[in-house]
Design a protein around this ligand. Structure first.
Ligand code: ADP
Ligand code: MG
Length: 247
C-alpha cells in the first residue's frame, strides 16, 4: 500500500474528498479543507449543515464513508481518537459531577498513565492560564456556566494537544459571558499558538475570532477566506445572505 505523505508544510489538518452518510442521508459531500498550522479556523454555517459531523470526523468519533484526513502530515483516517493529538470542547460541559475540578482535569491524564508530578505541573499551568486556581477544589455544581466552560477547556489544555476542536462552546451562555469568554479563547490562542477549529452558527463570533472562516452549507464548504474577504467579497448569494443578516 502507498504511504500517504503530506508534503504540504504548514498544513495542520488536511481533509480530502470527505463524504459521510447517516443511512441514506449524505451529510458531508466530498468536502475538501486545509487548515494551517497554528491558525484559528472557524466553521460557520446554519444548523444542520454538517459542522458537528465534520468536527467529529476530525476527532475520530465517526467513521467516514469516503475520503482522507491527515493531521500534521500523518494519515489518521482510521486512527483512534486518543492517538490523533486533538482535544475537543463540547457545547455541553460534560464534566464529571461527582469529582472536583482538579479531579476533572487530572482524570484523563491518570488513565493515560501520566506521572503525578507532570499532572500537577500541567494542572497548575492550565489553572493559571484559565484563571480557575480558586476553583480547583470545588465540584461542578458549585460553578457558574462560564466557570464550567473554562474547566471544560482546561481538560483539553492539560492534554497538551496539537489541535483544539470547539463545538459551539459558548452557545449555552448568556450574551455577556459569551463575549467575555470569546476574548479569553482568543487570548488562549495567542498564548498557545495551537491550531484551533471552532464551530459556530454565530456570525459575530466567527468574524471576531477567526483567522479564516469556512462557510458551510449542505455538507460543502462554500467559501474559505479571512473574515474581511468573506464579509466584503462573499462568493455567492448564500454567503452574502448568511453573513449579512446575523440571527
Ligand atoms: P450542525 O452541527 O451543522 O448543526 P450536524 O453535523 O449536527 O449539523 O448535522 C448534520 C445533519 O446530519 C443534520 O441533518 C442532522 O440531523 C444529521 N445527523 C447528525 N448526526 C446524526 C446521527 N447520529 N444520525 C443521523 N443523522 C444525523
Ligand atoms: Mg452542531
Amino acid at each position: 500500500m502507498l504511504m500517504n505523505v503530506n508534503t504540504n508544510a504548514g498544513t495542520s489538518v488536511s481533509i480530502k474528498d470527505l463524504s459521510l452518510s447517516f443511512g441514506t442521508v449524505n451529510v458531508l459531500k466530498k468536502l475538501d479543507l486545509d487548515i494551517r498550522e497554528g491558525e484559528f479556523l472557524v466553521l460557520l454555517g446554519p444548523s444542520g449543515c454538517g459542522k458537528s459531523t465534520l468536527l467529529n470526523c476530525i476527532a475520530g468519533l465517526l467513521d467516514i464513508s469516503e475520503g482522507q484526513i491527515n493531521i500534521k502530515g500523518k494519515n489518521v483516517t482510521w486512527e483512534e481518537p486518543k492517538n490523533r493529538g486533538i482535544g475537543m470542547v463540547f457545547q455541553s460541559y460534560a464534566l464529571y459531577p461527582q469529582m472536583t475540578v482538579e479531579k476533572n482535569l487530572s482524570f484523563g491524564l491518570r488513565v493515560a498513565g501520566v506521572p503525578k508530578p507532570e499532572i500537577t505541573k500541567r494542572i497548575a499551568r492550565a489553572a493559571e492560564i484559565l484563571q480557575i486556581e480558586p476553583l480547583l477544589q470545588r465540584k461542578p455544581s458549585a460553578l457558574s456556566g462560564g466557570q464550567r466552560q473554562r474547566v471544560a477547556i482546561g481538560r483539553a489544555l492539560v492534554r497538551d494537544v496539537d489541535v483544539f476542536l470547539f463545538d459551539e462552546p459558548l452557545s449555552n451562555l448568556d450574551a455577556k459571558l459569551r463575549s467575555e469568554l470569546r476574548v479569553e479563547i482568543k487570548r488562549l490562542h495567542h498564548k498557545l499558538g495551537n491550531t484551533m477549529i471552532y464551530v459556530t452558527h454565530d456570525q459575530i463570533e466567527a468574524l471576531t475570532l477567526a483567522d479564516r472562516i469556512a462557510v458551510m452549507k449542505g455538507g460543502v464548504v462554500q467559501q474559505l477566506d479571512d473574515p474581511m474577504t468573506i464579509y466584503n467579497k462573499p462568493r455567492n448569494r448564500f454567503v452574502a445572505g448568511f453573513i449579512g443578516s446575523p440571527s
